[in-house]
Design a protein around this ligand. Structure first.
Ligand SMILES: *Cc1c(COP(=O)(O)O)cnc(C)c1O
Length: 379
């Protein structure tokens, strides 16, 4: 019996789970805080259930670490954050509408406003509103166009029920035509000067999320709202700041739920990649229903008892097969490691992303809610 047996298959009814290293998130937060200094606020972006790490647990941790505020998109995430952080500001990115007004009041949420029609909808509720105006500097998504910003801010200023707490943009991925960070921010600078001149500059101006935070310290401004960076999903992109960042998603594991040697009595040899007559297959209790992509790269493998076993496609809803012909000691109930280390072998998040034909954020955020989370705190 190996050590994983002593932990015992009976301790987990689940056949598959992920491990979230909360200490990595705390450490990433501290690295960001150290880099930007104490005067720029950190609005931690915890959308998509904190990038798959669990919004409530992450909010509790970041509250204790002294974060200034949170940003989310969905009401579900706002509820989870509010539970852990009774008094921190929560910024709703564009998504909810005026029909959520009761929850906005109850949870004390700050809403985003992306245009006049948007604002008028919220005004019709008669509710006092705390807002951040969102401006679109070239992302071509939500946000008022720079040409309409002044008019929108003036309209807000004329409303007794509205407090404009902030003005923000989410910069487009860089490297596309007309979308360099400098060009995008240059569309905002003269507008800010105009707002200052009329006394309508909101207290918080914010444009930097993970990528810009790493590459453009000059854009820190009043606040930054990183997401991916907090969870260590920015991979090799260390940027100009060279922060020491660790992935929070530290392991994905699944148990061997079936084992068999190839056997003629099952009929003609199946059309499995790498099939041969002496093949020994193990079946893991994880499948595309847990968020493993249906199509993996040919190098996709797992670790069993510290050794590599290739994944044998196709992948099923609840199961995936691995080739354990060369690991004769593999047993029913063994833990197989899709992500993480065993002995001298390691599958990093970048390795996993490559094998899953995506990037690190795609791999981490593609996992489904039914893949149980275990929060751990590594030293
Ligand atoms: C997703 C998102 C963020 C965080 O982006 P990262 O690249 O993950 O840091 C910040 N602001 C808005 C509006 C977002 O939608």
């Amino acid at each position: 019996m190996n050590s994983s047996h002593h932990q015992g298959p009976l301790q987990f009814h689940e056949t598959a789970w992920r491990e979230i290293d909360l200490s990595a998130i705390a450490s990433n937060y501290r690295a960001i805080r150290t880099a930007i200094g104490s005067t720029t606020k950190i609005i931690a972006c915890l959308k998509q259930d904190a990038y798959g790490c669990g919004a409530e647990q992450v909010a509790a941790l970041l509250c204790a670490a002294g974060v200034d505020a949170f940003g989310v998109v969905s009401i579900a995430d706002a509820l989870a954050v509010r539970k852990a952080a009774p008094r921190k500001p929560i910024l709703m990115y564009p998504g909810i509408g005026p029909n959520a007004v009761d929850l906005v009041r109850e949870l004390d949420l700050t809403i985003s406003i992306s245009g006049e029609e948007d604002l008028r909808g919220w005004l019709s509720t008669g509710m006092p509103l705390k807002i951040f105006v969102k401006v679109d500097l070239g992302f071509w998504r939500a946000g008022v166009a720079p040409s309409g910003l002044r008019r929108l801010i003036d309209l807000c200023a004329s409303q007794a029920n509205v407090v404009v707490e902030g003005l923000y943009a989410h910069l487009s991925e860089f490297g596309q035509a007309g979308a360099s960070a400098q060009e995008q921010v240059a569309r905002l600078t003269p507008l800010l000067k105009g707002l200052e001149a009329t006394g309508h500059r909101p207290a918080t101006i914010m444009v930097s999320s993970s990528e810009s935070l790493l590459r453009h310290p000059e854009f820190d401004m009043d606040a930054v709202d990183p997401g991916a960076l907090l969870f260590g999903l920015t991979g090799a992109c260390a940027g100009r700041r060279g922060l020491l960042i660790r992935p929070a998603l530290s392991a994905i594991k699944a148990r061997i739920v079936a084992l068999k040697a190839s056997d003629d009595s099952m009929g003609a040899p199946p059309d499995l990649p790498g099939y041969h007559r002496a093949m020994r297959l193990a079946v893991l209790g994880i499948g595309w229903g847990h968020g493993v992509p249906r199509h993996l790269g040919p190098e996709a493998s797992v670790l069993v008892r510290g050794r590599r076993a290739s994944i044998v496609p196709p992948i099923h809803l609840e199961h995936l097969r691995i080739n354990v012909t060369d690991i004769p000691e593999a047993e029913l109930g063994d833990e197989a490691i899709l992500l993480g280390a065993a002995g001298a072998e390691r599958i990093t998040l970048q390795d996993l992303a490559d094998a899953w034909v995506t990037d690190e954020t795609g791999a981490a955020c593609g996992l489904r809610e039914n893949l149980r989370r275990i929060h751990i705190a590594e030293k």
